[in-house]
Design a protein around this ligand. Structure first.
Ligand SMILES: Cc1ncc(COP(=O)(O)O)c(C=O)c1O
Length: 477
C-alpha cells in the first residue's frame, strides 16, 4: 500500500470504511429480544468475575454471523463480504478470505484445496507445523528444501531460488511450491526469483507470509509476495497487524493460477459454523486502521522505533543483533539479539523477572524482539536501558556454558510418508530408547512451531540436544 498511502493523502476527508465494525455498531445500538446463540445473551448469564474483567460491552457485542444483518462468512455475504473485498484491495489481492483459527486455518485450507494424496509439494523444512498438518490431512508428500543454517545464531536462513529450481528439475510431478517468508526471525528470501522459477515450471507458488502482513503498508518494509508473483499468501494479522488473537487472512493474488472456489470449500469445512463477529470485526478494523493516516503514522513510528532500538543496541558492548547487512535481507521490525555469556532463555528470564519485559520468544542463543505498532518510543528506551544493564553485568549461565539447544536445526531422514506414519500403530517409549526408531508424532517448538521431528522420520542421536523437555517419544510400532 505503498499506493494506498498516496490515495489516503489525496482523500484525507474520505472516511475509511469498516463495514463489519459499522454493522456491529448498528446491532449494538438497536438491541433485540435475543432467542438465539450465544446463550449468554449479551453477557446476562456470565460468571461475574469474568464479566467484570472483560466488561459488559465486549459480551454484548459477542455474537455470530446470520443475526442482526451482520452477514455470513460462508458464503461471504453482507458486511463480511464487503469487508473481505476491501481487504483484498488494501493488500493487493484478487480475493481475500478472513480466517478464524489463525494462519493455521489458512495453511490447512491451502493444503486441502491444492494438494492431493501422494502429490509432491516442495516445502521449506522450517515451515510452521500447520503446513505439516495440512499435508497430513491431504496426504500429499513434502519434498523438503533446507535453508542454509546460520550457525552463529542457531537459526535458519533464506531459501534460494536455485534450490527450488533443482527440486523442480528433479521432480516433474510437483503440485505446489510452498515457502515461508520471512522466517520467524525476519530473514527474507528472494521471493521474486522463486516466483519466476515456479512460473517457468508452471507450478503454483504459495507463500506463508504470516509474519509479514504489514509489508504492503510501508515502503521501508520488504515487498509482499502478492506483488512478487506468488499465487496465494497467508497473513497473520493478529501477529503484527493489530487484529485480535486468532485472526488472519488468506489472499489469492491478482494473477493467481489457483482458484478461490477450492479455498472457499476448504474453509467452509475447516471453520466453525459460528464465527465470532468480534474477531471478524477486528480484522476489518485492523485493515481499516492501516489505511487511515493515524494507522500509517503508527507504522512509520514503528519503523522509526525499530531503527532507534537498533542504533541503541549497536552501542552496547557484548550485545549482537541480526542486521540487514549480515548477508541476508531482513525485516527491520524483528530484532533478534544475543548477549555474550547468556543463553537466550536466561536473557528472557532476566528481562522478565528483573525488568518486567516480555519478548516474543527465546532460543538457546538469543531473544526475538518485535517492534509493534502499539509500542511507544519510551518502551524502546526502557528496553534498551535494560539490555545495557544486563550486558554490562557479566552474567554466566548454564545453558550458555553447556551449549544446550532449543531451536531445531536438523535435516530429516524420511522413512515413511507423513500420513502413513501418523496413522500407523504407535507406542510411547523413553526418549533414549527411541534412537533408531521412526517418529509417529510431530515434535515442534512453539513459538514458532518449527518441527524437530515429524511422523515418518528417523530419530537419531543428533535429535537429543533438542529434546531436553521430552521424557518419552511416540514411535511407529
Ligand atoms: C510462519 C508461520 N505460519 C503460520 C503460523 C500459524 O499462525 P497462527 O498462529 O495465526 O495460526 C505461524 C505461527 O507462529 C507461523 O510462524
Amino acid at each position: 500500500m505503498k499506493d494506498i498511502k498516496k490515495n489516503t493523502e489525496q482523500n484525507e476527508t474520505v472516511k475509511i470504511k469498516a463495514p463489519i465494525v459499522e454493522a456491529l455498531k448498528v446491532a449494538y445500538e438497536n438491541p433485540t429480544y435475543q432467542f438465539h446463540i450465544p446463550g449468554h445473551t449479551k453477557g446476562k448469564a456470565v460468571f461475574k468475575d469474568f464479566k467484570k474483567l472483560i466488561g459488559d460491552k465486549v459480551l454484548n457485542l459477542d455474537t455470530t454471523d446470520e443475526f442482526d444483518n451482520l452477514g455470513t462468512l460462508h458464503p461471504a455475504t453482507g458486511p463480511i463480504k464487503e469487508a473481505q473485498e476491501l481487504a483484498a484491495e488494501a493488500f493487493g489481492a484478487r480475493k481475500t478470505f478472513f480466517l478464524l483459527n489463525g494462519s493455521t486455518a489458512g495453511n490447512l485450507a491451502i493444503a486441502m484445496a491444492f494438494t492431493k494424496p501422494h502429490q509432491k509439494v516442495i516445502v521449506n523444512r522450517n515451515c510452521h507445523r500447520s503446513i505439516i498438518t495440512g499435508l497430513m490431512i491431504s496426504g500429499a508428500e513434502p519434498i523438503w528444501v533446507c535453508p542454509k543454517r546460520i550457525e552463529d545464531w542457531s537459526i535458519w536462513g533464506n531459501i534460494e531460488a536455485a534450490q527450488i529450481e533443482e527440486q523442480l528439475k528433479n521432480n516433474k510431478d510437483v503440485s505446489l511450491v510452498w515457502i515461508t517468508n520471512p522466517t520467524y526471525e525476519g530473514i527474507v528470501s528472494d521471493v521474486k526469483s522463486i516466483a519466476e522459477v515456479c512460473k517457468k515450471y508452471g507450478v503454483p507458488f504459495v507463500v506463508d507470509e504470516a509474519h509479514g502482513c504489514l509489508w504492503n503498508f510501508n515502503k521501508h518494509l520488504p515487498e509482499t509476495a502478492l506483488k512478487l508473483g506468488a499465487d496465494a499468501v497467508v497473513h497473520s494479522l493478529h501477529k503484527t497487524g493489530g487484529s485480535m488473537s486468532q485472526t488472519s487472512m488468506l489472499h489469492i493474488a491478482k494473477n493467481s493460477i489457483l482458484d478461490e472456489a477450492s479455498v472457499e470449500k476448504a474453509l467452509r469445512l475447516l471453520h466453525s459454523t459460528s464465527p465470532s463477529l468480534l474477531l471478524l470485526a477486528s480484522l476489518d478494523a485492523a485493515r481499516a486502521n492501516l489505511m487511515t493516516k493515524t494507522g500509517q503514522k503508527l507504522l512509520d513510528r514503528t519503523i522509526s522505533n525499530a531503527k532507534y532500538l537498533r542504533a541503541r543496541l549497536d552501542e552496547i558492548p557484548n550485545l549482537h543483533q541480526i542486521k540487514a547487512d549480515f548477508g541476508y535481507k531482513t525485516d527491520v521490525t524483528k530484532v533478534f539479539i544475543k548477549i555474550d555469556g547468556l543463553s537466550g532463555k536466561r536473557l528472557e528470564s532476566i528481562l522478565e523477572i528483573d525488568f518486567g519485559i516480555e519478548v516474543e520468544s527465546a532460543s538457546d542463543v538469543g531473544v526475538l524482539i518485535l517492534c509493534n505498532l502499539g509500542n511507544k518510543r519510551s518502551d524502546f528506551k526502557y528496553l534498551a536501558d535494560a539490555l545495557e544493564k544486563i550486558a554490562s553485568a557479566n552474567h554466566k549461565d548454564i545453558y550458555y556454558l553447556e551449549g544446550r539447544k532449543h531451536m531445531p536445526m536438523l535435516e530429516p531422514v524420511i522413512k515413511m510418508s507423513l500420513r502413513d506414519a501418523y496413522y500407523a500403530g504407535k507406542i510411547r517409549i523413553p526418549k533414549a530408547e527411541a534412537i533408531g526408531r521412526i517418529s509417529a508424532e510431530v515434535v515442534a517448538e512453539c513459538p514458532p512451531g518449527i518441527s524437530i521431528l515429524l511422523p515418518g522420520e528417523l530419530i537419531t542421536e543428533a535429535h537429543m540436544p533438542y529434546l531436553n523437555d521430552y521424557e518419552t517419544l511416540e514411535v511407529v510400532e
